[in-house]
Design a protein around this ligand. Structure first.
Ligand SMILES: [Zn+2]
Length: 244
C-alpha cells in the first residue's frame, strides 16, 4: 500500500472520507461509481481499495487491468490502491482481514462501502464478510498486528454489484451519470467488444447497458433519472428521531 497517496490530504470541516472496497478492479465503479463522482464533486475525499488485481479474469492481463483501473479512478477523481489478495481466493480470514484493517486505519474513512452479501460471484459474497471483519478489526485498539491509532467507522453500507436486491436507500447520480459511464468504458479489456479476446457475459456489449438499466430502475424507485442503491449492514440503531 502506497501511503503517500493520502498523507497529504487536507480535510475541511464538512469533508467526508469515503472508502469503497471492491473485490476486483471495476466492481466499485459498477455499484458506486456515481456516488464516488458525486462525492468528489461535493468536495469529499474518496478512495477505492481493490482487494485483488483480478488476475484470473478471462480477458486482460493484470498490467492492462491496472492501467484501466487507474484510468477509471482518474475519470472519477478518486485515489485507488490494490491489496493484491488472491483472485478467486477471497475468504473471511484474520490474515486477509488484517490487510483491510490496515488500509482502513490509515485512510480513516467516515463511510465505508462494501459489497452486498447476495451476489452471484463467490468472491463478491466472500468479500462482504471479509470487508465487515476488516472494518471491525480496524477499531480494535489492542490488536498486536495493527499499528497506529484504532479507527471506528461511523457508517458501513452495502453496494450492489451483480445483484438485483431492492435497495433501502438510493443516491441520485443523474448529474454525474455520464462520468460513471466513462469510468466503466475505461475497462476496455472487460467490457469492450470481444474481438480477438474470449467472449464472456461481460464483453457481449450488453454489460454496460445492464448497469445503465439498473441505474435507471433504481432512479425510477425515487422519481429521478439515475440512481445507485445502498443497504445498511445489519441493524441500524438510532436514538435521535432525526437519524431515523
Ligand atoms: Zn468482481
Amino acid at each position: 500500500v502506497n501511503r503517500r497517496i493520502w498523507t497529504a490530504l487536507s480535510i475541511g470541516g464538512d469533508c467526508m472520507r469515503i472508502l469503497v472496497f471492491g473485490p476486483h478492479p471495476d466492481d466499485a465503479e459498477i455499484g458506486a461509481g456515481g456516488l464516488l463522482a458525486l462525492a468528489v464533486r461535493q468536495g469529499h475525499e474518496a478512495m477505492i481499495v481493490d482487494l485483488t488485481r483480478g488476475e484470473l479474469a478471462s480477458n486482460g492481463s493484470p498490467d492492462e487491468r491496472a492501467e484501466e483501473a487507474a484510468a477509471a479512478a482518474n475519470i472519477l477523481g478518486v485515489r485507488r490502491v490494490t491489496l493484491g489478495l488472491p483472485d478467486q481466493g477471497l475468504a473471511d480470514t484474520p490474515e486477509q482481514a488484517i490487510e483491510l484493517a490496515r488500509v482502513t486505519r490509515e485512510f480513516r474513512p467516515d463511510l465505508v462501502l462494501i459489497p452486498h452479501r447476495e451476489d452471484r460471484h463467490a468472491d463478491h459474497r466472500a468479500a462482504a464478510d471479509l470487508c465487515a471483519r476488516g472494518v471491525a478489526l480496524a477499531s480494535l485498539a489492542r490488536h498486536p498486528a495493527l499499528k497506529g491509532a484504532s479507527h471506528r467507522v461511523a457508517r458501513v453500507r452495502s453496494y450492489l454489484i451483480h445483484s438485483a436486491v431492492v435497495p433501502a436507500t438510493v443516491v441520485d447520480i443523474s448529474a454525474v451519470w455520464e462520468i460513471k459511464m466513462r469510468a466503466l468504458e475505461a475497462y476496455g479489456s472487460q467490457f469492450g467488444s470481444p474481438g480477438s479476446s474470449a467472449a464472456t457475459p461481460l464483453n457481449s456489449g450488453e454489460f454496460v447497458r445492464f448497469v445503465a438499466a439498473r441505474d435507471g430502475y433504481f432512479g425510477s424507485l425515487a422519481g429521478v433519472a439515475r440512481a445507485e442503491g445502498f443497504l445498511a449492514c445489519g441493524i441500524r440503531l438510532v436514538s435521535r428521531l432525526d437519524e431515523l
